[in-house]
Design a protein around this ligand. Sequence first.
Ligand SMILES: [Zn+2]
Length: 264
Amino acid sequence: MPRSRISPAEGLTALLGLALAGAGLLLGTGRWRAGGLLAGAAHATFCATAAIPNHPLSGPLVRRFRPEAPDVWLTIDDGPHPESTPAILELLHQHNARATFFVIGRNAARHPGLLQDIAGAGHTLGNHTHHHCTASFWTAGPRRIAREIDEAAAAVAAAGLPPPRYFRAPVGMTNLFVAPALAARGLLRIGWSARGFDTRARTPAAVVGSVMKNCRPGTIILLHERGPAAGVRSLAPLLARLEKRSMRCVLPSDPELIVDGAGQ
Ligand SMILES: [Zn+2]
């Protein structure tokens, strides 16, 4: 089926642009109340699409894939870190599991050897911005978004590795400026469909329970390198549980990815 020319995100961006232009006209002709209301509505819509993690209206997004076997895609965010990455790699090796590491550019620049270890073990790297500004990335304009993406990509390149093809925003929150920046760089935004909330003070059993509740073939699992219940602490029991259910952690191929909000 051919793709339509305008994606939902592009359509919404155009609509918001029209609304703001209309608000400007109204305000310029002294119709303060109507202009203010229209500008407020456009602003609220922008914030709503940005503030909801994994919102498909803020651009193409992958949250699941279509595996041929009962496979899942394990993604691990916020590394690399010398206290967590080597132990995670060892655990993945023991379970013959593959994962994608969404690395923070600033951390990657400090530890290029860890990036090489990750790639050398057959895992993939994703771009998770350079500074991982959880509170403000979703409010950023096009220039800052481009800088965050490009600096993280440069940190990976400095380790002598190919540029990541996947992107994940800090806490999954983006805005309408992110999609065009990703498209221009050939990056695909990856969300998740099962998470363990392992950055909170929880038991590993609770983390595993949260993941497994939503875990089925084609699920994208979100875990973290750093946090009270993150790293091998929860990954070890999770991998054991997945094995019991005969579910493998694999790296999906492009045709297996299900892209939402791409105007297809
Ligand atoms: Zn993160």
